[in-house]
Design a binder for this molecule. Structure first.
Ligand code: 2NE
Length: 271
């Protein structure tokens, strides 16, 4: 697609075209590992895609054929409980990014070539769909490099592929190829690397032809139990939005504005 750059970032690219936003982690010299600045820029770009009425589907990917993302940048990991940004402040905020992807009411598709490892593997996991190239390799390394994601990284993985497989991935820190990932239901499809973007865009275009409200409600519904009350809140907020579009919902507002008692008696008590 003729992508159009929409913002200027150091660590990522944010582009749009025909209703699709593409967010690319652009640190190929570090296998697209993220540092605090990368995560802040990703949060900013996802916010742009969220707010853009013209965007109906979002692709998350990494620059180049070698890596989707190799997780947290171990070269800026400090001794004081975080990854250091350029000012020396320890933080990472990648868990905020994970939740942002889940709460964002539009489908997010991971487009994975090469390594999706560590925190990078969790990023593809939290996306709604994952399209993998034949050269994709998946895995966690936390227990080897002195880290872990016992939140969505563990729990959502178990819900996605089953408890035994999720424990194997985390407890053994092996790498898995694209065929294995497909067999386990960790990705939706596998295509040759040169077809990866074409296929991912085709999936996005297929979703763009469907009802955005239906997709929004379904995404909130799929996430609701895993996200607990916050997940129900997302689903409930969408339901309130739909209720506001009904005559019954408007009657309450209008009655209050007109300083009269509301007349809800005229609305059906549906079976
Ligand atoms: C990804 C992998 C398997 C690729 O291997 P290979 O052989 O293709 O490349 P190589 O030579 O290892 O890496 C290429 C360059 O990228 C850097 C490397 O250091 C190297 O640069 P030079 O040293 O030659 O200049 N690079 C790769 N990954 C990096 C990283 N994560 N941080 C900084 N630089 C990195 C192989 O590179 C690999 O195993 N990478 C490490 C994967 C890893 O352990 N990630 C962190 C997991 S912990 C995490 O992400 C996390 C979490 O557990 C909880 C919360 C938040 C984050």
């Amino acid at each position: 697609l003729p992508w159009v750059a929409q913002a200027d970032y150091s660590d990522i690219r944010y582009e749009t075209c025909d209703g699709i936003a593409k967010i690319t982690i652009n640190r190929p010299e570090r296998r697209n590992a993220f540092r605090p600045e990368t995560v802040m820029q990703l949060i900013d770009a996802f916010h742009l895609a969220h707010r853009d009425n013209a965007v109906g589907a979002i692709i998350l990917t990494g620059e180049g054929p070698d890596a989707f993302c190799a997780g947290g940048d171990q070269k800026v990991r400090g001794d004081d409980g975080g990854y250091h940004d350029e000012s020396g402040t320890p933080h990472l905020n990648v868990l905020d990014l994970q939740m942002q992807i889940r709460r964002l009411p539009k489908p997010v598709v991971a487009m994975v070539a090469g390594y999706a490892i560590g925190g990078g593997h969790v990023l593809h996991l939290v996306c709604d769909l994952s399209i993998a190239a034949e050269n994709a390799r998946f895995g966690q390394t936390g227990p080897r490099v002195g880290s872990f994601d016992a939140g969505l990284g563990a729990g959502l993985m178990a819900r996605t592929i089953g408890m035994k497989r999720a424990k194997e991935i985390w407890f053994l820190c092996r790498q898995y190829d694209a065929a294995q990932a497909l067999d386990w239901g960790l990705v939706n499809t596998v295509v040759p690397v040169e077809k990866l973007e074409e296929e991912t865009v085709a999936w996005c275009q297929e979703m763009l032809r469907l009802s955005p409200m239906a997709l929004r409600m379904l995404k909130a519904g799929f996430n609701a139990d895993t996200d607990g009350l916050a997940g129900i809140q997302e689903l409930a907020g969408n339901a309130t939005g739909l209720f506001y579009m009904t005559e019954e919902g408007r009657e309450g507002r209008d009655a209050w504005l007109e300083r009269r008692p509301p007349d809800f008696g005229k609305y059906r008590k549906r079976p």
